[in-house]
Design a protein around this ligand. Sequence first.
Ligand code: AMP
Ligand code: GLY
Length: 422
Amino acid sequence: MNILILGGGGREHALAWAVSQNPKCDRLVVAPGNAGIADVAECAAFDICSGDAVLDFVQTESIDFVIIGPEAPLAAGVADALRDAGVLTFGPSQAAAELEASKYFTKSICDAADAPTAAYGHFRDAETAKTYVRQQGAPIVVKADGLAAGKGVIVAMDEQAALDAIDDMFGGTFGDAGAEVVIEEFMDGEEASFFVLCDGTDVLPIGTAQDHKRVGEGDTGPNTGGMGAYSPAPVLTDEIAQIALDRIVKPCVAEMARRGTPYQGVLYAGLMIKDGQPRLVEYNVRFGDPECQVLMMRLGGQVLDLLQACAEGRLADAQVNWADDHAMTVVMAANGYPGPPAKGTVITGVEGLPQTSSEMCFHAGTGRNESGQLIATGGRVLNVTARGDDLTTARARAYAMVDAIDWDQGFCRRDIGWRALR
Ligand code: AMP
Ligand code: GLY
């Protein structure tokens, strides 16, 4: 089977690493890829958000299966263009990708599905939004409706912060994404991520994880795309996962099908858990990054069979073979992140790291300079990932690899997993 993966971050390196281990994989291409992905796949360069460009590559290179990593090509309708042309594709349609692209859309699906989530209001002008905030009081959460690269959510601990956030959003800070605003009840509890595959009808849970959104130790400082993750998430017990499946995920997936926009791909439910009850914070229509890295480390080569069964509508017969183990990934980021990161700095020590089924250094923003040295090209740069029989072992292995990397222009959090290990 000739396979194309779209994307070029740590998530796609982990996907490519897992897929390449499956004997069914004859040829693997990743676009655009990165310096680490080049070790496990061919890298290709074309516009991955253009359905025509992707289809052209698929036809010229006789690709049998396309796996879409990031949300941008999904929101741009690349999965539709491929499926319309008869190409086997993993990833939701543009209409189904609204579950991530519009917060109000997700709220309306939850309403119809009677899925537990925060109470909310939806606003198209600042004055009505402010009146609502004054009625509800703080803490309260103000969200730009559209895609805002993870920055469009303000958790306002006092009323003034909420009013300021409303002015910012309607003032254009988030561009078109902020032309509509959702204001939500603040939910207290512990967050965890629940990942399921959906083939339009059937739903198959494939794992749980927790990430660390803040840049600083002890979960302080500004939000990032995620500074580390581990799987499984102890707070998401089997019992709570079953409630999330029965009361949140399955009813929402059924509602999507009822509307004529069935959901096919991975659905990532961000949950807030309190007193044994999960409520939906948000859906994402892709694997989390870096949550994907720990899931792939635990699943290995069977991932290709699962993604293929999902794309072919065969999930009812699919099953996941779980190793009863734990995985952790530590993100190494360039100094300055989540602000503008230092770029082009040289990283050494990565080549000597183990590359096994339980220890991998996945690359996110990496490239090579003219002398062939590994350099940082983005904010999040390396995802040092390890598994073990328990989280303590996985963590010790991951940080031992971190310590073998020589990069004085980069940093990581030293406390990944603290909630689970406390
Ligand atoms: P979202 O992009 O919707 O996931 O929001 C980003 C983060 O903001 C979440 O991961 C939560 O930590 C926080 N958040 C979002 N909505 C709420 C809410 N209603 N109550 C409390 N925290 C929230
Ligand atoms: N790590 C959070 C996300 O991928 O959205």
